[in-house]
Design a protein around this ligand. Structure first.
Ligand SMILES: Cc1cc2nc3c(=O)[nH]c(=O)nc-3n(C[C@H](O)[C@H](O)[C@H](O)COP(=O)(O)O)c2cc1C
Length: 356
């Protein structure tokens, strides 16, 4: 395959989603029809990247996007995890094969259109065709549990409200939040632009100032009910204002890298299919991630009260989902109809994603 075609495929694949737009991948051309993807994770400094799982799911989303992108250029891909590559820096070897009669994947047109919507969406319920199409998108290895109707959405909004309290009071999460927002911007190549975060401009200004130091955050939280405004705007209102929340559960418990890659493939198929069905989507991973910590008996924070809160949140989540302690949750999100977001994360230039 010529270099131009390869560059066009990778240029499209770049639009795969990743937690906080970290883009935990770099590309290397290793042969005429061969690319190595150098994955990495952020578990050492990002509290949300529990055991690297969200990054691994992003790798899976990238591989699926690459596969779909390649079909638009008459190519299929084969990929493997390079033997001996470390779990926190896995290398994926991808080979492209030309198939002149190949039809583009039906999800191809949605690769660039897919975007996160963090603002309130309409409460218009999902149609049965939309629901079936989302279920089909994730395949037989995953089940989808839909939380619909005002009462269920209200219960999820309360869960997100409680989850946000842990997020906003944790010094470990503060270290992440202060790095990931590009203030005053509508587009960001390597973070979340302020306007895509989902708060009004006045709250955003206040958040920027408060997040300037951990002392200010603590003072605001303690004396000025500082978590209330962001929790209302980022969690409670959007939690209620959507068509449905969707919990994706694997039918067999994931055990390692390959299983989280597969979950990432399924999540990207779900998201692209939502886009094809005129729905927007927002991942809501914090309750899932806090549950991973709680069920592995690992601490989220040096603040013991927050670990205790995560245990309570986990029980509330399981009770809401009618799930048992050892059932697996891999992805949680909300979907609905809305206008197109005015602001979005864009991506690093392809030129900045090469290694070698
Ligand atoms: C594994 C994973 C977890 C994510 N978790 C969240 C989340 O909890 N909350 C949220 O608002 N967005 C979440 N996102 C969305 C990313 O922040 C978003 O995809 C990224 O910033 C790029 O923006 P885009 O999807 O609009 O292109 C997640 C994405 C992935 C792939």
């Amino acid at each position: 395959m010529n270099r131009d075609t390869l560059a066009q495929i990778l240029d499209l694949a770049r639009w795969a989603p990743s937690g906080d737009n970290t883009q935990p991948w770099r590309f290397e051309i290793v042969g005429e029809d061969q690319v190595a993807i150098h994955g990495f994770d952020t578990r050492k400094h990002v509290v949300y990247d529990f055991n690297g799982r969200p990054s691994q799911m992003a790798h899976g989303a990238l591989i699926e996007t690459l596969r779909i992108a390649a079909t638009g250029f008459y190519h299929v891909i084969d990929w493997t995890i390079r033997a001996g590559s470390p779990e926190d820096a896995p290398v994926y070897d991808v080979t492209f094969r030309n198939m002149p009669d190949l039809e583009p994947d039906p999800l191809f047109p949605y690769i660039e259109q897919r975007v996160v919507q963090r603002r309130p969406m309409r409460t218009q319920p999902l149609g049965s065709l939309q629901r079936r199409s989302l279920e089909k998108a994730v395949g037989k290895d995953y089940s989808l549990r839909f939380f619909e109707g005002a009462i269920e959405r209200l219960k999820v909004a309360k869960l997100l409200w409680d989850s946000a309290d842990i997020r906003l009071r944790s010094p470990e999460a503060y270290l992440v939040h202060r790095e990931i927002i590009e203030w005053g911007e509508r587009y960001s190549k390597d973070r979340l632009p302020e306007e895509a975060v989902g708060v009004d401009p006045v709250t955003a200004k206040l958040m920027k100032w408060v997040m300037g130091s951990w002392g200010r955050v603590q003072f605001f939280n303690r004396y000025l009910l500082g978590t209330i405004a962001p929790r209302i705007q980022l969690d409670f209102i959007p939690g209620f204002s959507c068509a449905a929340h969707i919990l994706m559960q694997p039918r067999t418990a994931p055990t390692g890298l390959m299983d989280y890659l597969q979950a990432g493939i399924a999540l990207q198929r779900l998201w692209l299919t939502a886009t094809a069905n005129d729905l927007y989507l927002q991942p809501e991973m914090t309750p899932v991630i806090f549950r991973w910590y709680a069920r592995a008996e690992q601490k989220i924070s040096i603040v013991e009260a927050l670990n205790q809160k995560a245990n309570e949140l986990t029980e509330a989540f399981e009770s809401l989902a009618c799930a048992k302690k050892d059932d697996s949750f891999v992805f949680f999100c909300r979907v609905g109809v809305s206008g197109m977001p005015r602001s979005r994360s864009i991506r690093k230039d392809l030129g900045d994603l090469w290694v070698g």
